[in-house]
Design a protein around this ligand. Structure first.
Ligand code: SME
Length: 150
């Protein structure tokens, strides 16, 4: 993937800046992350009862605005209590399709204290788009979001 460029410090600084300004962290985090070239679709789901509810996203429209915990890659990340990286969505039975162009996905739980309250979900039109660098940065951002929205 020729275009891949992640400036982790730059992205985290922008998120922290938005926290300081008391902006809507869910919306701002999605906007900031969508600037990363290989992040084709970026959304944040929050848990409401037994469901993950899509609060804000940028990218192609999706029918998956409400996902049962346990369903899809999104639900699996909550049940497994960890980040899930899927390098090739076509070979993962759990995958709930949003777009035929999506090739890979990462889902990062958002923790508040000792419970998961939501997650960051990112799709890419590139296969194998997500690695340990993406995971590390997104987990830091998820921590910031979890602290802010509790
Ligand atoms: N692919 C996700 C569903 C949400 S869309 O990516 C926007 C899943 O398998 O849970």
């Amino acid at each position: 993937m020729a275009e891949k460029r992640l400036n982790e410090h730059h992205i985290i600084d922008k998120i922290l800046d938005s926290v300081e300004k008391n902006e809507d962290i869910v919306k701002k985090a999605v906007e900031i992350l969508k600037e990363v070239p290989h992040y084709t679709w970026v959304g944040i789901y929050l848990i409401q009862g037994e469901d993950l509810v899509l609060k804000y996203y940028l990218g192609r429209p999706t029918e998956h605005t409400r996902i049962k915990i346990g369903q899809g890659i999104c639900g699996a990340a909550v049940v497994d209590e960890q980040t899930v990286i899927v390098p090739d969505v076509s070979s993962d039975e759990r995958y709930l399709a949003c777009s035929v162009e999506t090739k890979s996905e990462i889902v990062v739980p958002i923790w508040s204290k000792d419970r998961i309250i939501g997650e960051i979900d990112i799709d890419s039109d590139y296969p194998c788009a997500f690695d340990s660098e993406d995971k590390k940065m997104l987990e830091k951002i998820a921590d910031v979001i979890g602290d802010v929205i509790q």
